[in-house]
Design a protein around this ligand. Structure first.
Ligand code: CP
Length: 329
């Protein structure tokens, strides 16, 4: 396979899609496409990141992101350490920064951090020499989810440009919504955010999106719908009358799906509340790419780890210095 001619990658951290350029996003998506072959089960492990150490520093629960980063790092030959607050010395009063600096003192290269507080990854990036990847900070951003959503759309729709993408549900508490908006608008996609007025921030239009509170009105215009989970853990109560009312107005079932374009692509970042945002028959049906997203997430995270650890901040790499990834290193 011919080596890729790729743009120089200078970033040491991935903190959000807001600050990435369109070209940087394309670089990651293109590299992920190459790594797609390597994210299949049974593929030979690579050694691009041999000797590098990645730590998963998750202060909130995760299944997909944490396991995907762990597997992606191992597939590239890195060592992986896993931190969970339960059973750690945070229960003895150790601060977030002290915990991270002590782990860094063991000789790590990259921290993948998830935290309930907005800006926690940015704080780590200021205090650590290691690179930092934001794996979800409060309701702010979840850039790797945004990138894997974009990768899935590009793979299954063939493009990002000119598509109409509906983000449905709990926009106010969704870091996935923000990363999708920042990423997709850079490619000229039209974004419609749709949810109950109490779950759509008043100033969201400033991000260049259309706002609707009636899913049935906007669904027929959408090429892609991303059904966001109601973030019960971040909400105060009383933001909508009842779960059944929410499901009736904003949930996706087969009756509502018939009002959509026949080739509608249905995404959900997961985990899903079955029967609330999406009925089981739709979640498991032909329009749904929910498990494709998870599969693609592995390749996207391999690409991100590769760029940050093999290239991050390395001014010596140029487009004339291509990186062959077609064969094991
Ligand atoms: N989509 C997502 O971030 O899933 P996890 O919370 O399981 O990581």
């Amino acid at each position: 396979m011919a080596p890729l001619l790729r743009m120089t990658w200078h970033r040491r951290h991935l903190l959000g899609l807001e600050e990435l350029t369109r070209e940087e996003i394309v670089t990651i998506l293109d590299l992920a496409e190459q790594f797609t072959r390597d994210s299949q089960p049974g593929r030979q492990k690579r050694s691009h990141l041999a000797g590098k150490v990645v730590v998963n520093l998750f202060f909130e629960p995760s299944t997909r992101t944490r396991m995907s980063f762990g597997l992606a790092a191992r597939r590239l030959g890195a060592d992986v350490m896993d931190f969970s607050p339960s059973g750690s010395s945070t229960s003895k009063g150790e601060t977030f920064i002290d915990t991270a600096k002590n782990i860094e003192a063991m000789g790590i290269d990259l921290v993948v951090v998830r935290h309930a507080a907005t800006g926690a990854p940015h704080l780590l990036a200021e205090h650590l020499r290691a690179g930092v990847i934001n794996a979800g900070d409060g309701a702010h951003e979840h850039p790797t989810q945004g990138l894997l959503d974009m990768f899935t759309i590009r793979q299954l729709k063939g493009r990002l440009e000119g598509l109409t993408v509906g983000l449905v549900g709990d926009i106010a508490h969704s870091r996935v919504a923000r990363s999708n908006i920042h990423g997709l608008t850079k490619f000229g996609a039209k974004i419609i955010v749709c949810g109950p007025p109490t779950l759509v921030p008043r100033d969201i239009e400033e991000l260049g999106v259309e706002v609707s509170h009636r899913l049935d009105d906007v669904l027929p215009r959408c090429d892609v719908i991303n059904m966001l989970r109601i973030q019960f853990e971040r909400q105060r109560s009383g933001l909508f009358p009842s779960i059944s009312e929410y499901a009736r107005l904003f949930g996706m079932d087969n009756t509502r799906l018939k009002k959509a374009k026949p080739d509608l692509l249905l995404l959900a970042p997961g985990p899903i509340n079955r029967g609330v945002e999406i009925t089981p028959d739709v979640a498991d049906g032909p329009a749904s790419a929910i498990l494709d997203q998870v599969t693609h997430g592995l390749a996207v995270r391999m690409a991100i780890l590769f760029e940050l650890l093999a290239h991050g901040g390395d001014a010596r790499e140029t487009a004339d210095d291509p990186v062959p990834i077609g064969e094991p290193a």
